[in-house]
Design a protein around this ligand. Structure first.
Ligand code: GRF
Length: 224
């Protein structure tokens, strides 16, 4: 079966791009990255694309309209079927997002709909949440909005700062993004009434506590 043709949009480091490249290196993985577009000429992610032999293009995001025109043309030319935003730090033109409706996904470092926008990890720490994580979702024109496909959770640890929490979240981003792209490539994802349904979705029967602990017997409903 033909592998899904993926284009990745980046602005910086590119560690999620690397995770997707690593997944695609398995010949059995049902997707391939055919194009990387960067909004910044100095993005380290461009070197990652070059090292993997992937075609890349820098399109400075000077204004939304011209970016959409140029990016749209090269995505079509390369017959891209799915666009993955991976640390792409610009708001896209509404008509571009609509053109790629349910064919463009984003990864965000929080459990959406909490903590949209910049500094999601800082927002999570400021709110004092016990858990945070990441979300992969289909894109809608509003920032960090759209049907949620997958989420991964990490604990917030005592004494965490933005960097430590961010690093913990990034590890699960690298696990989640390739899983989601696989599900899309296997045509197992449908958007119905702006919510995602996944065919044959495995859902763990989990109950996670943070802090962990055992209940004192004095709280047991059976104790006298
Ligand atoms: C990630 O935390 C991602 O969730 C957010 O931007 C960051 C990009 O990191 N949208 P990288 O460029 O993939 O390393």
């Amino acid at each position: 079966m033909a592998r899904l043709r993926v284009g990745v949009l980046i602005s910086g480091r590119g560690s999620n791009l690397q995770a997707l490249i690593d997944a695609c290196a398995d010949p059995a993985y049902p997707a391939q990255i055919v194009l990387v577009i960067s909004s910044h000429a100095t993005a380290p992610g461009l070197k990652i694309a070059a090292a993997a032999g992937i075609r890349s293009r820098v399109i400075p995001h000077l204004d939304r309209h011209s970016f959409a025109g140029e990016a749209g043309a090269i995505l079509r030319e390369q017959q891209v079927e799915l666009v993955c935003l991976a640390g792409f730090m610009r708001l896209l033109e509404r008509s571009f997002v609509e053109t790629w409706r349910d064919r463009m996904v984003n990864i965000h470092p929080s459990l959406l709909p909490a903590f949209r926008g910049l500094h999601a990890q800082r927002q999570a720490l400021a709110a004092g949440v016990r858990f945070s994580g990441c979300t992969v979702h289909f894109l809608r024109p509003e920032f960090d909005c759209g049907p949620i496909i997958g989420q991964a959770v990490v604990s917030v640890h005592p004494g965490d700062d933005e960097e430590r929490l961010g690093a913990r979240i990034l590890k699960v981003e690298h696990l989640l993004y390739p899983i989601v792209v696989r599900l899309i490539a296997e045509c197992r994802i449908k958007v119905i009434a702006d919510k995602v349904e996944i065919d044959g979705c495995q859902v763990p029967e989990i109950a996670v506590l943070n802090p962990q602990g055992t209940l004192s017997t004095s709280f047991s409903p059976t104790s006298s």
